[in-house]
Design a protein around this ligand. Sequence first.
Ligand SMILES: Cc1cc2nc3c(=O)[nH]c(=O)nc-3n(C[C@H](O)[C@H](O)[C@H](O)COP(=O)(O)O)c2cc1C
Length: 188
Amino acid sequence: METMDALYGRRSVRKYLPEPVPPEKMRALIEAGCRAASALNAQDVSFAVVTDRDKVSEYGERGKRRTLEERRAAGRMSPYIERILTSERSVIFHRAPALIFLFTSPECYSPVEDASLVAGNIMTAAEDMGLGTCWIGLAQGLNGDPDFRKELDIPEDRTLRATITVGYPEIRETVPKEKKPPVIHGWI
Ligand SMILES: Cc1cc2nc3c(=O)[nH]c(=O)nc-3n(C[C@H](O)[C@H](O)[C@H](O)COP(=O)(O)O)c2cc1C
């Protein structure tokens, strides 16, 4: 697949087949992520992987609860997000068979930018490999979950920057999502 096909064809996937993603494919995604540019060439982004389905759903529930609590406490809640986070029926990881978490350290010069580039690479590479992904911002509460951190050996100083579901799409959106035309301020 050409790079432009992967970029234009990628859509967030929210319905997955039950098949597991082989470990070598998970590793290939992470390696592709690590090809991303990073400020001062920090290459600081680290990872945790979950392919155990029970753990995926457990972390989904815990992430949902913690994100709800944190957003309420911070007064950062929209009615739409509150509905998702309080609904018994919502499954924030969309029943994906696998997750990739991205972390950065306090030394990282541009952590959000660096992690986002890695995440973008992972999502584009997945499209190329016939896999589906979705970035799950609603899982951010897991950053402060001691059990999650302990079980995945996350060092204390590492901050969760991105959570990506991975799996074989059951429903693949073939129509590109309507994207706004680019806003270009100046072009001299
Ligand atoms: C930072 C970030 C957080 C996101 N969080 C969620 C999320 O919690 N749940 C979800 O289903 N999709 C989430 N998404 C996916 C967006 O909804 C999606 O990218 C957007 O609607 C555009 O659709 P497309 O990815 O198919 O082009 C997130 C995307 C980004 C970049």
